[in-house]
Design a protein around this ligand. Structure first.
Ligand SMILES: [Zn+2]
Length: 95
């Protein structure tokens, strides 16, 4: 189930999608009316099952308003994390 977006994040999503207004018709029904549904997170899959504690990939779900076809966009491309990544520490030279 997708999580609904905050109003600010919804605006970010709409602005991102509007960068490509005519280049993205639905591949199924060829219309270009899309609804932003919300965020979903995909978990890592290791070939045998979902790996708990693995990488999580948040994606924005966008659904064709005509036929229901679902598209996913990498959310971190639309809204990069606000905190910079932890700096790399150590050089492995001690000890
Ligand atoms: Zn469609």
């Amino acid at each position: 189930m997708a999580e609904p977006l905050s109003p600010a994040d919804f605006q970010l999503a709409v602005e991102h999608l509007q960068k490509f207004p005519h280049s993205a018709p639905c591949p199924i029904c060829q219309t270009a009316l899309w609804n932003v549904v919300g965020l979903q997170a995909s978990s890592s899959y290791d070939g045998a099952g979902i790996r708990l504690g693995g990488m999580i990939t948040p994606t924005l779900l966008v659904v064709c308003a005509t036929c229901g076809y679902v598209r996913e966009f990498a959310w971190l491309k639309i809204k990069p994390p606000s905190e910079s990544p932890a700096p790399l520490t150590g050089g492995g030279t001690g000890g």
